[in-house]
Design a protein around this ligand. Structure first.
Ligand code: G1P
Length: 306
């Protein structure tokens, strides 16, 4: 069985669904409670046995790499002031992983972002995590999928059942259940405008063989005028077994405002230092009708702030 240790994180997108917040700050660096969104993905990869992590960035996104780098001055200052708890937290992040950075110079889509990691990945199977897709799970989603790869030696994508009206936002697969949470995929289509082949959507976790790269090189622009990973995977589906895994856990689309808010609430309610007080605060909003009314901005209050 080939060694599975590389995970690619496409982080080159513009983050337009979160404008204006992401005009300058990369969306991957927005905090989810007290860690940037990307850190959850990095921790998931690390906890799933991946130690070669490749970040695909673009111009203006270097703060992503800085976050996981050493910050000697900050560390010295914290040490001198005996702020040892904070020092430990800062050091944990910089010691967490070593990253390889590659740049996507043209915004040509997810398939292209994966393609630019080709040389860094080499001739080995690898995983891809889309950091926007944050997954809260008892067992890391990628570890659940890794097991399928280790059993079959074949590509695996994460699947989630979505509402019929949501299918046009995702890559959607065709196929049939293959025992337990495993799914045998026979076809897939990126963001179908009509007649989706099922309600199973691809969520941003993939385990792929290096054969995906020549397929990506041949893939023309597809949905949205971009080179789509789904289109390249479709070619692999035709060549051999390809699996989906309906993962256990809750997924948030933290790359858009509502999904981000939901993730923030759920993660805060699990945060050891914040959960109790935050739960009390939320309860007070809903228990006390007056409180919830007064927390709604009125036209007068809104205009007073201008
Ligand atoms: C990407 C993929 C899509 C997948 C989705 C999951 O789309 O192209 O197949 O279903 O991620 O989040 P995006 O959301 O980047 O448009």
């Amino acid at each position: 069985m080939a060694n599975l240790r590389t995970c690619v994180f496409p982080c080159a997108g513009f983050g337009t669904r979160f404008f204006p917040a992401t005009k300058v700050v990369p969306k991957e660096m927005l905090p989810l409670v007290d860690k940037p969104i990307l850190q959850y993905g990095i921790e998931e990869a690390r906890d799933s046995g991946f130690d070669k992590l490749i970040i695909v960035t673009s111009k203006g996104k270097d703060s992503i790499l800085d976050h996981f780098d050493r910050t000697s001055e900050l560390e010295r200052s914290l040490r001198e002031r005996q702020k040892l708890d904070l020092l430990a937290e800062v050091e944990t992040v910089s010691r967490m992983v070593d990253l390889i950075a590659v740049r996507q110079k043209d915004a040509l889509g997810l398939g292209h972002a994966v393609l630019v990691s080709k040389d860094a990945v080499g001739n080995e199977p690898f995983a891809v995590i889309l950091p926007d897709d944050v997954i809260l799970a008892d067992e890391p989603c990628l570890l659940q999928m890794r097991r399928v790869f280790e059993e079959t030696g074949r590509p695996v994508v994460a699947l989630m059942e979505v509402q019929p009206e949501e299918t046009s936002r995702y890559g959607i697969v065709a196929g049939s259940p293959d025992g337990g949470r495993r799914f045998r995929i026979t076809d897939m289509v990126e963001k179908p405008k009509s007649n989706p082949p099922s309600r199973y959507a691809i969520i941003g976790r993939y385990i792929l063989p290096p054969e995906i790269f020549p397929q990506l090189q041949k893939t023309p622009r597809g949905a949205g005028g971009e080179i789509q990973l789904t289109d390249a995977m479709r070619a692999l589906v035709r060549e051999g077994d390809f699996y989906g895994y309906v993962f256990e856990g809750k997924r948030y689309d933290a790359g858009e405002k509502l999904g981000y808010l939901k993730a923030t609430v759920d993660y805060a309610l699990r945060h050891p230092a914040l959960a109790d007080e935050f739960r009390e605060y939320l309860k007070s909003l809903f228990d006390d009708g007056k409180a919830s009314q007064s927390s709604r901005p009125t036209a007068r209050r809104a205009s007073a702030r201008r």
